[in-house]
Design a protein around this ligand. Structure first.
Ligand SMILES: *Cc1c(COP(=O)(O)O)cnc(C)c1O
Length: 387
């Protein structure tokens, strides 16, 4: 079966893990620090904090930014549950802003409308989480301007966009956002099994994330010299969100290959672009804005099921018979029963995301996808849609 995403593991990856398993440190050892150093270098951040998964990264980000009850955080409905859930973990309130229909990322004009609507009720927004959906960066210039104008915290949930560039800059994420979060789940660009990280240039935020990553424990030289080598203090409630050394060894090795992974993903996307752009009124390939190089975590193909009188479920089952497992990213978060029940969201609240969801199908894209398999995808798909 050909699925929408898959990890790429080689012998060096396996060797790197075995090496750590034979060492003294399985966790809290040098491979974690080394991975953090490599992340800082690649993404151009002053600080990097590796954690157990991308969801933990988002939670720690909210804790470090001080999100709490009464705080309102805006994000896109077109994201994985974790982005919005992390706001709730901190006790703050999530709200959504619809996407721009060309970029599928949060629409800055609608963000400003929403801020003004809240202002009219005497309420202030605390922050925005932009999601670089599918690997296409948000309009970060506009978001930064808005964040400055209204004094908001700006976060980039960058889980889809490792290796993307924005105005020719692969290190764009932290040039605009205050905090950047990543995930290394096997379907993402690089993997540590489960894993994630938080990047920032702010030493205070990094320090807080490190406390919260490990139970809120403070183990400082001054305290130790005063009270003894066993001594630690806890001032705030933290968690165990640590990642292991063998995962980080894998992560470092994967990061070395990120550029080659991205170029393979781009080649596959290029080929889909040329083979599947047969009639944009019926089926639309993902657009790429000027000044952007897409990282293609996903290849979101937009099919107008209504006009061709095809049911999405029918497409999925016919493709499955050809050996292709399609996916959909995402059911807009505000439509989840939990969000409807607890926050009063309803259908039609964010119509662009909802219409996108009804048309979206994620096609298989990962570095080891063979030409033969890609051909099965495109030929089966065009047969069903265009014949
Ligand atoms: C994968 C992902 C997450 C969560 O990461 P995990 O490592 O699975 O916890 C959060 N946000 C987005 C946009 C993601 O794609």
């Amino acid at each position: 079966m050909i699925s929408y995403g898959k990890q790429t593991i080689d012998e060096k990856d396996i060797d790197s893990i075995v090496e750590v398993l034979n060492s003294d440190w399985l966790t809290q050892g040098p491979a974690v620090e080394q991975f953090e150093t490599n992340l800082k270098e690649y993404f151009g951040s002053k600080y990097a904090c590796a954690v157990s998964n991308g969801t933990a990264a988002l939670h720690l980000c909210g804790l470090a930014l001080g999100w709490k009850k009464e705080d309102i955080i805006l994000t896109s409905p077109l994201t994985f549950l974790a982005t919005a859930n992390s706001i709730i973990y901190c006790g703050a309130t999530p709200d959504f802003v619809d996407i721009n229909p060309k970029t599928y990322t949060i629409d800055p004009n609608l963000v400003e409308d929403k801020i003004k609507a809240y202002q009219k009720q005497g309420k202030k927004i605390k922050g925005i989480i932009g999601v670089d959906y599918a690997g296409h960066p948000c309009d970060w210039r506009a978001l930064r301007q808005i964040a400055n104008k209204y004094n908001l915290q700006l976060v980039n949930d960058n889980c889809h966009a490792l290796g993307a560039s924005y105005f020719n800059d692969k290190q764009y994420a932290l040039k605009y956002a205050d905090v950047v979060t990543q995930s290394y789940h096997p379907v993402k660009h690089i993997t540590t099994g489960e894993g994630g990280s938080i990047l920032t240039n702010d030493s205070g935020l990094d320090e807080k994330m490190r406390y919260f990553r490990s139970h809120g424990m403070i183990k400082q030289d001054e305290l130790i010299s005063q009270y003894g080598s066993w001594y630690y203090e806890m001032h705030q409630l933290g968690f165990n969100y640590r990642i292991t050394d063998f995962q980080c060894a894998l992560g470092s090795n994967q990061l070395n290959r990120l550029d080659s992974f991205i170029s393979k993903r781009r080649k596959i996307a290029e080929s889909y672009d040329s083979l599947l752009n047969l009639n944009p009124e019926i089926a639309c390939i993902p657009k790429v804005s000027k000044n952007i190089e897409h990282a293609y975590h996903l290849y979101p193909y937009q099919i107008d099921f209504e006009s061709i009188e095809l049911d999405k479920r029918e497409l999925f089952s016919r493709m499955k018979k050809s050996g292709v497992l399609l996916q959909v990213h995402y059911i807009p978060v505000h439509l989840q029963p939990y969000y409807q029940k607890n926050y009063g969201f309803k259908k039609n609240d964010f119509p662009i995301s909802e219409s996108f969801y009804s048309k979206e199908v994620s096609l298989p894209i990962y570095p080891t996808l063979s030409l033969k398999d890609q051909d099965i995808v495109t030929s089966s798909l065009t047969k069903i849609i265009f014949q």
